[in-house]
Ligand binder design. Structure first.
Ligand SMILES: NC(=O)c1ccc[n+]([C@@H]2O[C@H](COP(=O)([O-])OP(=O)(O)OC[C@H]3O[C@@H](n4cnc5c(N)ncnc54)[C@H](O)[C@@H]3O)[C@@H](O)[C@H]2O)c1
Length: 666
């Protein structure tokens, strides 16, 4: 691993968590060694993986061949000696400090000096496991969520001695695994369990104090947090003992506000699940929602005050890990600061605890919480701007665009910056513009707002293109529509083999309006630009490289070095289209010469697209060829009102993700 590449990963403990973590690693192409105490436990873990994958085949998520490949990469063993070559080991054994410490001692004996050792503990501190080790800097926390092959969230936890390098490499691995990592301090419950445990406890207190009965609490919680299961059903499914254990641990660390209520302990001791039967009483919904929200607002503010996590990571944790529709801070904004403040003060009063200072400051400002959606990190004179809306696949909304514009301009004018990199967080680069923004404004008959958003977006992309410092798109994962357009405006596009590119616009009633009908031609020629924009075909990184849509495709671990090479070469100010490779000549020829009507007749995919969008897009590509970019994007803008006023645009945009749109050509 001297080059930083992860080749062999390992998981110790083949139980619920360990086998799922190993499954995910193998699914993403890594060789994984799975260790447990005896052959039967190892076999049970592997059987668990086989079962989950078989379900995946039944649901058409995997093919049988993929499953064979995944299983061939998992090697079960009872011998710790087999971990001699592992680059990173995740410990997922019983939640028992003695057992865990013993495992770490064995790992120290058998693993290479540079292997990263991670714990998946839910309740101990990383420091407890790192303490007294010879190389404590390589010990970190990787806290996954059940089911770890399906739930994308992982808390990356730095202990008091964890090195920055170990954390950065473990973070990069999570990106490679398609996970959504968030950063947490080494504090009891980390970010998510810190407020999730007390949220469950508060539901039990509401019941105990007869504020509402179980069916009412369930229904009110589902409505307020946008979730499929309320707290009692969740406890029944995941186990009341886990809830008690979480709250006992939090109570010991933070006191009674976080502790296990007697009523919850009694239920645990009875061994019975909660009785969910009965009809909800809607007149009590608000009282329930207020109590549940109050405790979450209080604890979320406290954990941010303590530096355990940021407001952004707290919200991502709730949305991705718990599948809440909104995170605590977004909920505070929705409740409104005055109402949220009253709820937090109520918690403070009931527990004779101080109101968290962060909350007081925000309430005093009278402004809602503002989220950083674009994070800037500088290294070696390169400023990397990462869009951080991983659960929305980094889709571009007004807030993201405003922050990206400010961050880009600041980096462009910073004398310490020699190059700028645009990146996405999680498994996507950028999945285009936020469709809800379009739908909302069409419904409000506010097309000028869409026009202004597009115009400002075009201007920003022009700044990328004209920048005197090299601008590089770092594409790992999905790039769709506006995401492809953003990348095309950069001087270089460096992608990993996992990257895919597509223009889905004509399939949802619109056309690419951020230069996609213009800059695509400049890279791949008119025939292939028409093929990409009109057919919406998804191209792989390899195909994108072959046709010249991207400049480099390199393994994930070479991304940053390749980006540095591009930066060293300087900006690309002139571009001639890449020669059409032999294997694409036929398709390029068909699309270049044919008109829309004959394409509709000959190409099956085109038949499903919106006719007006196809016509305008095709026309824009034809008219734009060879013209300066400023003229090309002005043409895109001049047709914008027409396209967003069509019935098909509304039909396409509002049906996305729900059903196949039916276009009428109007
Ligand atoms: N279950 C959850 O929802 C969840 C979520 C996040 C984190 N965690 C944490 O993950 C860890 C594992 O939890 P789980 O639910 O998978 O437990 P589990 O009981 O299902 O599995 C634990 C496995 O570890 C094995 N094991 C015990 N001692 C071992 C040793 N010395 N060497 C090798 N293997 C050993 C056991 O045989 C068992 O197969 C715990 O620390 C838990 O707190 C659990």
């Amino acid at each position: 691993m001297a080059d930083g590449t992860f080749r062999t990963l390992a998981v110790v403990g083949a139980g619920n968590m360990g086998s799922g973590i190993a499954q995910k690693m193998a699914s993403e192409g890594f060789a994984v060694i799975l260790v447990d105490v005896d052959d039967e436990k190892v076999r049970r873990g592997v059987r668990g993986i086989e079962q989950t994958l078989a379900d995946g085949v039944a649901r058409k998520l995997f093919t049988a061949e993929q499953v064979t490949g995944i299983l061939s990469r998992v090697r079960g063993t009872t011998r710790f000696e087999d971990l001699a070559d592992a680059d990173l080991v995740v410990e997922a054994v019983f939640e028992d400090l003695g057992v865990k410490r013993e495992v770490f001692t064995r790992l120290e004996q058998v693993c290479r000096r540079d292997a990263i050792l991670a714990t998946n503990t839910s309740s101990f501190a990383v420091g407890d496991l790192a303490g007294g080790r010879r190389f404590p800097e390589r010990v970190i926390g990787l806290h996954y969520f059940y089911h770890p092959a399906k739930n994308r969230l992982v808390e990356v936890v730095g202990g008091p001695q964890s090195s920055v390098a170990a954390l950065a490499r473990a973070w990069a691995l999570q990106e490679q695994l398609g996970k959504t990592p968030i950063r947490s301090k080494d504090s009891c419950g980390f970010i998510v369990n810190r407020f999730f445990g007390p949220w469950l406890a508060e539901a039990v207190r509401i019941l105990d104090e007869r504020v509402a009965d179980i069916p009412t609490i369930e229904a009110a919680a589902k409505q307020a947090f946008g979730i499929g299961m309320g707290p009692f059903e969740l406890m029944n499914v995941t186990g009341i003992p886990i809830a008690v254990h979480t709250d006992d641990t939090l109570g010991a660390a933070f006191g009674p506000l976080h502790a296990t209520p007697d009523r919850l302990r009694r239920q645990f001791e009875s061994g019975r699940p909660w009785d969910l039967s009965g009809e909800p009483d809607p007149s009590r919904f608000e009282a329930v929602a207020d109590r549940l929200a109050g405790i979450v607002f209080y604890i979320a503010s406290a954990l941010v005050d303590e530096g355990v996590g940021t407001i952004e990571d707290t919200d991502i944790g709730a949305r991705v890990g718990l599948r809440w529709r909104a995170g605590p801070f977004e909920l505070i904004n929705r409740f409104g600061l005055p109402r949220a403040k009253a709820l937090v003060e109520d918690v403070a009063r009931r527990w004779t605890a101080p109101v968290p200072p962060l909350f007081l400051r925000q309430a005093a400002s009278g402004k809602p919480f503002a989220f950083t959606l674009v994070r800037r990190q500088d290294a070696d004179g390169i400023a990397t701007l990462t869009i951080e809306r991983p659960d929305a696949l980094n889709a571009l909304n007004e807030a993201v665009m405003a922050q990206l514009t400010a961050a880009f301009r600041a980096a462009a004018s910073d004398p310490a910056v020699n190059g700028i990199v645009l990146a996405g967080s999680g498994k996507a680069f950028v999945a285009g513009a936020d469709i809800r923004f379009f739908v909302k404004n069409i419904e409000a008959k506010n097309i000028p707002k869409i026009y202004e958003f597009t115009r400002a977006g075009q201007e920003l992309l022009l700044e990328f293109q004209r920048c005197r410092k090299p601008v590089v798109a770092r594409v790992h994962g999905l790039a769709l529509g506006g995401g492809v357009e953003m990348a095309l405006a950069c001087h270089y596009i460096v992608a990993t083999p996992k990257a895919t590119f597509a223009f889905p616009e004509t399939g949802i009633g619109i056309y690419p309006g951020l230069g996609g009908t213009q800059r695509t031609t400049a890279r791949v020629g008119r025939g292939l630009a028409k093929w990409l924009v009109l057919s919406g075909e998804t191209v792989t990184a390899e195909q994108a490289l072959a046709i010249g849509l991207v400049d480099r495709v390199v393994p994930y671990e070479q991304l940053d070095a390749t980006i540095r090479e591009c930066v060293a070469k300087g900006p690309v100010l002139e571009r001639t289209p890449h020669a059409v490779p032999e294997s694409f000549r036929d398709i390029a020829g068909r699309y270049e010469s044919a008109d829309i009507e004959s394409l509709r007749a000959s190409e099956k995919r085109i038949g499903f697209k919106a006719p007006v969008a196809l016509r305008i897009a095709s026309d824009l590509i034809d008219r734009g060829e060879g013209k300066p970019i400023e003229q090309g994007i002005a043409m895109e803008l001049s047709d914008l009102e027409e396209i967003f006023s069509t019935n098909d645009a509304y039909e396409g945009l509002s049906s996305l993700g729900k059903r196949r749109p039916v276009f009428t050509g109007t």
